[in-house]
Design a binder for this molecule. Structure first.
Ligand SMILES: *[C@@H]1O[C@H](CO)[C@@H](O)[C@H](O)[C@H]1NC(C)=O
Ligand SMILES: *[C@@H]1O[C@H](CO)[C@@H](O)[C@H](O)[C@H]1NC(C)=O
Ligand SMILES: *[C@@H]1O[C@H](CO)[C@@H](O)[C@H](O)[C@H]1NC(C)=O
Length: 195
């Protein structure tokens, strides 16, 4: 029997994807994530992990939620350059699971909820010279033709967010060069401070 070319391509693609994911194993020292905002109600607060479902956590504001800051790691690969995955170790009774940060999109909103979960579709982030967390994009579609230069974006906010019945003040990301439609959002930067 001849091998099915489509199936072979699919198998190859899956293999490459899995390999690419599996290579994000160069892990940084642990650090806390601290908010830097002109708004004193959130400035200086740390991020922690809040339960949003089975093995799903958001990045909630620690003092606002009444819990302690959590230490996170940054995983890179030999090929990922400045970019990598923010990771959190979920401790269970008989397991430790390193989960990458993903973006949860609500089609009705421009406010994205960052979540840790066991996933193959982690969001690529980086830390700049001032240790501020960014998301890099490889082109800017605000001009025609598009500007293909890689740019760093810092579209982080602290917002009251809702996910599967849970409501916390969490870190959020806003899509596009615009204001968040969620009226509770407060602009912030996110700084890495090694513990
Ligand atoms: C991050 O790196 C550590 C150390 O290599 C590894 O154990 C862990 O599985 C990685 N996490 C992810 C989400 O890739
Ligand atoms: C892992 O990361 C460290 C610090 O970012 C770097 O110095 C080192 O070369 C990296 N190792 C590999 C195997 O990529
Ligand atoms: C999970 O990690 C913690 C801290 O490193 C360790 O004390 C614990 O034994 C680990 N649990 C399992 C099931 O490996």
């Amino acid at each position: 029997m001849q091998p099915n070319p489509i199936l072979s391509l699919l198998t190859l693609t899956l293999a490459l994807t899995t390999t690419a994911q599996a290579q994000y194993t160069n892990q940084s020292a642990p650090f806390n994530l601290i908010l830097q905002s002109p708004d004193s109600s959130i400035n200086g607060d740390s991020l922690a992990s809040c339960h949003e479902g089975a093995a799903i956590e958001s990045l909630c504001l620690a003092s606002a939620t009444g819990i302690s800051a959590v230490a996170y790691n940054f995983n890179t690969s030999a090929f990922s350059g400045d970019n990598g995955f923010l990771t959190y170790v979920l401790r269970g009774a008989n397991f430790n699971e390193s989960e990458p940060l993903t973006f949860f999109y609500n089609p009705a909103s421009n406010v994205v909820l960052p979540l840790f979960e066991p996933s193959e579709s982690a969001v690529s982030v980086g830390f700049d010279e001032s240790d501020l967390m960014f998301v890099a994009a490889y082109y800017d579609d605000r001009t025609n033709p598009v500007n293909p230069a890689e740019q760093r974006y810092y579209r982080w906010y602290a917002c009251s967010t809702y996910f599967e019945g849970y409501n916390y003040q969490t870190l959020a990301w806003v899509l596009g060069d615009t204001e968040p439609q969620n009226p509770t959002c407060i602009k912030t930067d996110v700084k890495r401070v090694f513990v």
